[in-house]
Design a protein around this ligand. Structure first.
Ligand SMILES: [Cu+2]
Length: 174
């Protein structure tokens, strides 16, 4: 099947923004969580929701003082193969929410510092193309405590969330 859910959700969002006459949504980001990799040298995954403002923006960078490096990634399925792509930026249309979630867009985070892990909390700095930077608190949870790593990242064999350039050869999901 070649359903295009993205086109559908864009259409739905457009009709909502036409009928809603309230104040324009304010640019920001929230709902952040970091799923800590159980293996120290493997990257952790991060999820959050970007909130579009009055004008179209792009997410250009996410950084943190409590981590060595953060990349923007997207898990994509192509003919039964699952792979991760590095994203240079993410479009955040005016008034729309862009969700980072398992199996889709996510943050890949290297070197979360020990102090943050002990506190169970870190701050993400979310930078948009207009230059605005938002500090977003993220709860740090251990990957695989209540759910297996596979179900966290998606339905595929992305255990350990291998390095970004790697293509993962997996059986079709579902
Ligand atoms: Cu990734």
């Amino acid at each position: 099947m070649n359903l295009k859910p993205s086109a559908l959700s864009v259409a739905m969002a457009a009709s909502i923004s036409l009928t809603a006459c309230g104040p324009a949504q304010i640019l920001g980001a929230d709902d952040a969580v970091v799923k800590l990799s159980p293996l120290e040298n493997n990257p952790s995954a991060g999820y959050l929701t970007l909130r579009g403002g009055a004008e179209d923006q792009k997410l250009v960078e996410v950084t943190s003082k409590q981590a060595d490096r953060i990349e923007l990634h997207e898990t994509v399925k192509e003919g039964g193969l699952t792979k991760m792509q590095t994203l240079q930026e993410v479009n955040v249309p005016a008034g729309e929410n862009v969700e980072f979630k398992p199996g889709g867009k996510h943050l890949m985070i290297w070197g979360v510092n020990k102090g943050a892990i002990e506190k169970g909390q870190m701050n993400l700095l979310v930078k948009y193309s207009n230059g605005e930077i938002f500090k977003v608190p993220a709860k740090i949870e251990t990957m695989g405590s209540e759910q297996s790593m596979h179900s966290e990242i998606g339905t595929d064999k992305t255990a350990g969330h291998a390095m970004p350039s790697e293509t993962m050869d997996t059986a079709p999901a579902e």
